[in-house]
Design a protein around this ligand. Sequence first.
Ligand code: FUB
Length: 457
Amino acid sequence: MRIHFREVTTSLKAGFIFLIVYGELLFTGTVVAQNPFIRDQFTADPSALVVGDRVYVYPSHDILATKDRGRMGWFCMEDYHVFSSPNLTEWTDHGVIVTQNKVSWVKPDSYSMWAPDCIFRNGKYYFYFPTTPADTLYGKRFTVGVAVADKPEGPFMPQPLPILNVRGIDPNVFIDKDGQAYLYWSQGHIYGAKLKDNMVELASEPKILGDLPDKGLKEGPYLFERNGIYYMTYPHVENKIERLEYATGDNPLGPFKIKGVIMDESPIGCWTNHHSIISFKDQWYLFYHHNDYSPRFDKARSVRIDSLFFDADGSIKKVTPTLRGVGVTDARQPIQIDRYSQLSDGASIVFLDTANTFKGWKTVFAKSNAWVQYNTVEFDKVLPDQILVKATSVKGGTLLIHADRANGPLLAELKIAPGQDWKITKAKIAKLKPGIHHLVIVSRNNNPVEVDWIQFE
Ligand code: FUB
C-alpha cells in the first residue's frame, strides 16, 4: 500500500495512525526513520538541500525491471520523488516531481532517470536530472535536463530541451559566494563548467577536472565550500567497487589535491555509492545510499544519513556507516532496536519477512547476555510508567532493559511468555530522569527471543 507521510506531525506520537489525505483513507506506519530513512520504496543518489528550517532530499527512485519495463538486472528508474523533514527523522514524501514520459525530449521508456540535484536561485528551484534523449542531436546516451519550480516540492516544469554541450550523468550544481553558478557532471572523467545566470545554459566550455584519480571509475561529483576550502567529493573505484573520496582546492574548478576517503566500500558489495553533504543546524551530514532492502541486488538501493565531522585543518573524518543514523527518537514511538548503535555477539538482525523486506527487521537474541544498544532516546517530562515490547519466544525468554549502558540502572524486566506468535508484553518501569538516554536490551537466559520493537507509554 502507498504510504503518504503528509500532515502527520501532530499525530506522530500515536506511532501507527490512519489519516485522510486528499480524500483518500491511507494507512501509514510510523514515520520516524533511522537508516534507511525512506522505508516504503527504493531510493538512491540522495541530493540534500537545506531550505529554511527543513531539509529536502531529491533522490533517484529505483524500481525493479521486468521483461516489459527497462532492462532486467540493471538500473530501472522512471521518475523522481522529493522528500522533506524538519529534523532528519520524520520524512514527508511530496510525491513524484518529474517523470520520464512527461519530459518532451526524453526517450520514452528509457528508464534512465539517474542521480539528480536541485538548487535555489533568484526565487526558483532548479532540478537537474540526467537521462537519455530521444533525439540523437543531444548524443545517444545521457544528457542533463532541468525542471524549474517556485517551491522546493514543486510543481516542477521541465525545460523544453536539455542543457546544450553536456554529455554525461550525475549533475551537481554549486553557487559560489560571488554568485557564479557551476555545473558538474561525470562521464569517465568529472567535468565542470560555469552556468549562466539563467541556470539552464553553460557559460563556459566544459573542463575536465584532471587532478582527480586517473584510474578507476569516478562519478557522482558533489562540490561544497567550507571556510574558503572547496571540497570536490566523488565516488571512485579504487579497488573493486565504489567508495566516497574527496579532493580540495581554492577554486570551484580546481586545481584540486586528492585528500582521502570519506566512506569505505560497502561491506556487502553494493557496487555504487552516491552522496551529498550539507550543514544543517550546526551539524554536517553525509547523505548516501546502500542496498538495505535488497541485499542480493544492488540496483535497488535505499538512502541513509550519518553525521560528518572535520578535523581542525579542514580534513573530513572518515564516516562509519550506521543503522542508527541521526536524530533523536521519541520514547513513546515504537523504537526499532534493529537499527542499533551497538550489538553484541549472540544478537543479530534479520528481515521480518524476506518476501517483503519493506516490513523491516527484527532483533534476534540467541543466548544469555546477548545485547543491543540503541542510542539517543528522548523521555519527556511526563515520564512513561511502562514499557511495551513486541516479541516472540518459543520457549519463553526474559529481557532486561538498562538505561545508558549495559551496567546502567535497570529500567524493566520483561518476561516473554512461551509461544510461536508475536505478542505485546508489558512491564512497569523504574524511575528515570527526563531527557536523552541510551537503552541497552539484554537477554537474561539462553531461550532465544525475537523483538520487533519496544515502546514506552
Ligand atoms: O543511480 C544510477 C547511477 O548509479 C548514478 O547515476 C550513479 O552515481 C550511481 O549511483
